[in-house]
Design a protein around this ligand. Sequence first.
Ligand code: NDP
Ligand code: 13P
Length: 354
Amino acid sequence: MQNKKEVITVIGAGSWGTALAMVLADNDHAVRLWSHNEEQVKEINEAHTNKKYLPGISLSELITGYASLSDALAGIETVVLAVPTKAIREVIGKMREVLTAPITIAHVSKGIEPDTLLRISEMIKEEMPAELLKDVVVLSGPSHAEEVSLRHPTTVAVTSENMAAAEKIQDLFINNNFRVYTNSDVIGVEIGGALKNIIALAAGITDGLGYGDNAKAALMTRGLAEIARLGTKMGANPLTFSGLAGIGDLIVTCTSVHSRNWRAGNMLGKGKSLDEVLDSMGMVVEGVRTTKAAYQLSKKYDVKMPITAALYEVLFNGKDAKDAAEILMSRGKTHEMEDLVNILEERIDETEFN
Ligand SMILES: NC(=O)C1=CN([C@@H]2O[C@H](COP(=O)(O)OP(=O)(O)OC[C@H]3O[C@@H](n4cnc5c(N)ncnc54)[C@H](OP(=O)(O)O)[C@@H]3O)[C@@H](O)[C@H]2O)C=CC1
Ligand SMILES: O=C(CO)COP(=O)(O)O
């Protein structure tokens, strides 16, 4: 089922980079796990643990920690990039200084850059010179690091503009605990993975407010509707949003106590301030910056995203979460599917004219 054994570099030894390094090591690949934290590299190499991010988990001896980026990248063909969205440009900037041959980057991050409104694969292509970049692959889907590190059954999707590159990443990762599907819709997979964090924050807030299961189901369903509207307007295949990177990731992030986005929302719903919440997390909460980016995207593409807009007001303009929920519930009457159908029809018309 799998390709030949390879040496693979994982950039970023947070929870997701470390869990993915474990999957690769389970498939007998040697993994160079790079971290900018020398203490953490020492811990990985001497104790074979990464206690801050995956407490109670032992790491395979096939995983070696690296503090030097040039050593970690020497002679490597495939890099798994697992840092938060806000670190992508800085890290790629450092990588391009030390690379001497082109690599394939499989990125596993879930975000959109505010202001530029670029997806992560677009940021990577902007930062990495073309002669150093073979392909960009995206790996996304319902996959909490805590459960992957326990080898619980998990499914994800991989996509790329070059499907042969996506299939190579599928081969490197797939095993009986970690099932990898291909999908050819790069825009849809990246938009689904990034925007579900917004809805997870909102679901955490409603849970924190004690609103219960009806409210959460409403948020998830109508949240998916606005993700699908924006994604489809941006050129995604609407069917992607009923797949792993869409509804799949939305379900896991809105319902799991592992989700940092849900937990952050939950604390907000219980009355903590955004600063207090982010200070106490110690791990990335991607949904906060993504809310800003998606709010800007909704304006740019003229797509209605009422949940995103309400969360934007709560996070950045100090609106009370209960008031935001009330405003959402008292909006004018609307059809459940009409806006998405209109966007699809516009796209069909454009295709006919071209
Ligand atoms: N955790 C999960 O279950 C999943 C996460 N993801 C996505 O993966 C991405 C990474 O998340 P995750 O691993 O969970 O995040 P964590 O917060 O657990 O870890 C982030 C890692 O990136 C490092 N880092 C942060 N900034 C920089 C920088 N400027 N230069 C170098 N290293 C840096 C951190 O170092 P330090 O320790 O020094 O802060 C840490 O090692 C996110 O986009 C997330 O949405 C996707 C699927 C599942
Ligand atoms: O993307 C994830 C699971 O698929 C992780 O979500 P959180 O960042 O909310 O923990």
